[in-house]
Design a protein around this ligand. Structure first.
Ligand code: GLV
Ligand code: MN
Ligand code: MN
Length: 412
């Protein structure tokens, strides 16, 4: 039996959170659900045990605070998200909440206070699984929450605003979560890499240089439902085959350009019967790149293609943008500090960009941001096969603690 200083407790906690799910068959924990409440209460308990005071803010985030010796000094904020994708792994997001709690618990055991307070945030709704609009927890704190997001609806037609009220929160108060610029010295997020680069390089930890920008759209194409046996092939207004053409166009357009990626991850065909020509289809488009111009050029081409395919097939369509984040660099001083923290563990490291989105990017308008990546097995993520090595969890947490104890606020 190994006896890690941090990893045994942390892995047990990650397993516990991984069992709080809306489905008995796989991990699914979405925004404004009883499972969110259960997970946040568990995390709040661990925060209190670590010596923090806890509050649940108006956006639904759980926030733990470990006071520093100077009450008004800008805080060092750490954290990640507690929501999941459908059929998720149990480390995406959760690691970045559990690790800083373990660091604060260690400081508390040693009776150590820093000059400034430390806050650990478990963000709601980073993934956007339920309503499509992601990052609303971190947007609320950054002061960039757009009330129009409250109109987005889940699969059952429940709007985010209605879900807030049913959860017992008043969405009109979300604006009160916004932090004043200058009140947060920096935000640091530890996250699994969700890709294979560190593993291929034989490295446990990496320094993130920048977070790719992403845009997400929802497309609805309307044709004419009809009898699968009677309407001749040349006379159909089949919304699903149009969508199929668009999906393959996205794959072609996004292949071969470094960092550019395009995904259609959700699609529905209605009315959804074997013997009915699909009269309507709805699907999502997620396009990302390391620079915004590359991403936007691809999106412009995809939108032109949607128009052309629908015109040729006598279909109508609507496109709604759900999310738009720009490519975000990490602060150079925080990259250096993360690198020093990793090297202090006696480990080599490298710098790498993040293709995945993170709450850190959303917080960039508020304060300098930094990220540390931890290797995950075969780079697999957004999948129940997501796995980590206990020794990586241990060393990542030790590096995070080094970062926290040696933190100097970067020039903003
Ligand atoms: C979050 O996981 C994202 O990058 O979509
Ligand atoms: Mn994710
Ligand atoms: Mn994540």
């Amino acid at each position: 039996m190994t006896a890690f200083r941090f990893a045994d407790t942390m892995l047990a906690r990650l397993d516990e959170l991984g069992r709080i799910s809306e489905s008995p068959d796989f991990l699914l924990r979405t925004f404004l659900t009883p499972e969110q409440k259960q997970a946040h209460e568990k995390v709040a308990g661990w925060m209190r045990e670590a010596g923090m005071t806890v509050h649940h803010d108006a956006a639904g985030n759980v926030v733990g605070r470990y006071e520093g010796s100077q009450a008004d000094a800008p805080v060092l904020m750490l954290g990640s998200h507690l929501d999941t994708v459908r059929n998720a792994g149990k480390y995406d997001g959760m690691l970045g909440v559990i690790a800083p709690i373990a660091c604060v618990a260690d400081l508390d055991r040693r009776g150590k206070r820093l000059d400034h307070a430390i806050e650990v945030v478990g963000f709601v709704n980073e993934e956007g699984t339920r309503f499509g609009a992601p990052m609303t927890g971190s947007r609320a704190i950054a002061g960039t929450f757009d009330p129009a997001m409250l109109e987005t609806k889940d699969r059952n037609g429940v709007s985010m605003g209605e879900a807030y009220r049913a959860f017992g929160l008043d969405p009109a108060k979300i604006g009160s979560c916004a932090r004043r610029k200058g009140s947060v010295a920096a935000f640091m997020e530890l996250h699994i890499e969700q890709g294979p680069v560190l593993e291929n390089e034989g490295l446990a930890l990496g320094v993130v240089t920048a977070i790719s920008g992403a845009r997400r759209h929802r497309v609805e194409i309307t044709g004419l439902a009809g009898h699968a046996g009677t309407v001749p092939m040349g006379q159909r207004q089949d919304a699903l085959v149009a969508a199929a053409e668009i999906v393959t166009f996205i794959e072609r357009r996004c292949t071969g350009t470094p960092t550019l990626v395009g995904t259609v991850g959700m699609m529905e065909a209605l009315p959804g019967a074997m013997n009915v020509i699909p009269g309507m289809t709805r699907f999502s488009i997620d396009i990302r790149a390391g620079d915004d111009a590359t991403r936007d050029a691809a999106i412009a081409d995809v939108l032109r293609e949607i128009e052309a395919v629908c015109a040729r097939r006598n279909l109508t369509f609507t496109v709604t943008e759900l999310y738009n984040s720009t490519a975000t660099p990490c602060h150079p001083a925080l990259m250096d500090a993360v690198e020093a923290a990793i090297r202090a563990q006696g480990l080599p490291t490298m710098r790498l960009p993040s293709g995945a989105g993170h709450d850190a990017a959303t917080l960039a308008p508020l304060c300098p941001i930094g990220m540390m990546f931890m290797r995950c097995t075969r780079g697999i993520s957004h999948n129940p096969l997501e796995a980590v090595l206990p020794e990586d969890v241990e060393v990542a947490t030790a590096a995070l603690l080094h970062f926290i104890e040696n933190f100097r606020a970067p020039v903003q």
